[in-house]
Design a protein around this ligand. Structure first.
Ligand code: 3PG
Length: 211
């Protein structure tokens, strides 16, 4: 599986905050049922690691990564649990270097030229733009992207069905990240039908913009 291609094809990487690992597989099924066959499961809850383990074991066709990774130990544990990519909120150099050394796709959060140039110097071709909307949204991203011709971006933070189309239309975006289709309150309530509906809506928007 070419992970970058899978992420590009999906166009949207759901950002998951799970409080109960029992919900993990049903959540994966709801996302995939709506056409989103990847997820970034954050390690900001104690259930995150076990959720990654369950999705990877029971739904191996789903591309599953770990988010909110802050330490090399967390990255190692996530990879051991099956995570196929790593996302960090900021430019976490030890985690970035660990991932590069071990051939694990890493999307470090960058919101300025300083962080972007460190990521490029380390050899990366794609970074997360975070937090996308508070940092200036698409206008900021376009200005930031201009000097770095072959760098692509995964903007995350404040994206929803309302602004997804305009992000996806920018060709320098590999995919967007976001939690709007799988908010923690919907997962906690077991509202998987709504998660499937919102995932399908997101997939449709991506398909329509790219058609
Ligand atoms: C996060 O880390 O929570 C992500 O940036 C998701 O942001 P969102 O909830 O605004 O989509």
């Amino acid at each position: 599986m070419d992970i970058m291609n899978v992420i590009r094809e999906n166009g949207v990487v759901p950002v998951v905050v799970l409080h109960d690992a029992e919900h993990a597989v049903a959540l994966a099924d709801a996302l995939a049922g709506g056409g989103l066959r990847c997820a970034e499961v954050t390690l900001r809850t104690p259930a995150g690691l076990e959720a990654i383990r369950r999705i990877c074991a029971e739904r191996p066709e789903m591309l599953t990564g770990a988010g909110t990774v802050m330490t090399v130990e967390q990255a190692e544990a996530a990879v051991k649990a099956g995570a196929q990519f790593i996302v960090t909120p900021g430019l976490n150099e030890p985690v970035m270097e660990y991932c590069i050394a071990n051939d694990i796709p890493i999307f470090p959060g960058c919101m300025d030229t300083y962080a972007i140039e460190k990521a490029i110097a380390a050899g990366l071709r794609t970074v997360k733009f975070f937090p996308a909307e508070p940092a200036g949204g698409l206008a900021m991203l376009k200005a930031l992207a201009a000097p770095y011709g072959d760098l692509s971006f995964m903007p995350t933070g404040g994206i929803s069905a309302a602004n997804l189309a305009e992000y996806i239309a920018f060709e320098r975006i590999l995919a967007v990240g976001g939690s709007w289709m799988c908010r923690a309150d919907m997962i906690d309530a077991g509202n998987f039908d709504e998660i499937r509906r919102l995932s399908a809506e997101a997939s449709d928007i991506v398909r329509t913009v790219r058609a």
